[in-house]
Design a protein around this ligand. Structure first.
Ligand SMILES: [Zn+2]
Length: 273
């Protein structure tokens, strides 16, 4: 170009480069160079920006996948929770049904208990006590069996009044109480004895002995009754055997002591229990 300049061939250069003069050409060349540098810088910046955007996009896609995964897990958990809520609701309904059933059974048991008591009250009304009480101390009605599984008084949280004591279990030799002899706690006259009974109801097979002076004893849930109404028994006579007839959940003797037909705490006559 220097040669061209020296040979005053600037016109050719001007034609080639579209410059009116070499000065113009120089300016143009410099501009071209600067423009190129500027463009390169811009391209670099754009490439950087593009790269950054691609990275950001990749990150967003990764996050999106994670969010979708979380959503799926959450949706599973929600379904699971809904199922549990339904199960609980179902259980609550079943519980309510059971509660109703229990209340109905309780009411029925109380009614049956009342009926059993009414029967006993009738027996006492129809039987005047024989003379004075001359029997002295009572003896324990099942020799060798001292376990009391239910005491006299309110039980089952105050829903049921237990009118006697329940003697159950095994003796010291390990023998179960079932079918063991029941002894008359004192001498007296049998005013009630029955071998017929309604299963699941009241005292089952039971005996009442009048000891005179308004004192009497009752022996419930017997497997067998050996005495009859009108019999006179001595203290210690075998009147039957231990069973689980009537409203009873296992072999035991339900033993009551009554004064003028009213049940009293047997502890009054057996202070050691
Ligand atoms: Zn009882």
């Amino acid at each position: 170009m220097r040669a061209m300049y020296l040979n005053d061939d600037a016109t050719t250069l001007g034609l080639v480069f579209g410059a009116d003069s070499y000065a113009d050409f120089l300016t143009r060349t410099e501009m071209l160079q600067r423009t190129s540098e500027h463009d390169k810088k811009m391209i670099d910046e754009m490439l950087d920006a593009k790269h950054a955007m691609e990275e950001a996009l990749a990150e967003i896609q990764e996050n999106k996948a994670q969010v979708e995964q979380d959503q799926s897990a959450l949706s599973d958990q929600k379904a699971n929770l809904n199922q549990k809520v339904q199960e609980v609701a179902k259980q609550e309904m079943q519980l309510a049904d059971l509660q109703k059933e229990f209340e109905a059974q309780k009411a029925q048991k109380l009614q049956e208990e009342k009926e059993a008591q009414a029967e006993i009250d009738r027996i006492y009304r129809e039987n005047e006590s024989i003379g004075d009480y001359v029997g002295g101390d009572f003896i324990w009605p099942v020799s060798g069996y001292r376990t009391i599984t239910s005491y006299y008084g309110w039980r089952f949280g105050g829903s049921d009044f237990h009118t006697g004591i329940d003697i159950a279990g095994r003796n010291s030799a390990g023998q179960a109480i079932f079918q063991k002899p029941i002894l008359a706690a004192n001498a007296g006259k049998v005013i009630y004895a029955s071998n017929s009974y309604t299963p699941g109801r009241g005292y089952g097979r039971y005996v009442i002995i009048d000891h005179g002076g308004g004192m009497s004893t009752l022996y419930g849930h017997q497997n067998q009754v050996y005495v009859s109404v009108g019999d006179y028994v001595e203290q210690g006579d075998v009147i039957g055997e231990v069973g689980t007839t009537g409203w009873s959940t296992g072999p035991h003797l339900h033993f009551e002591i009554r004064e003028n037909g009213k049940h009293v705490n047997p502890k009054k006559y057996f202070p050691g229990i």
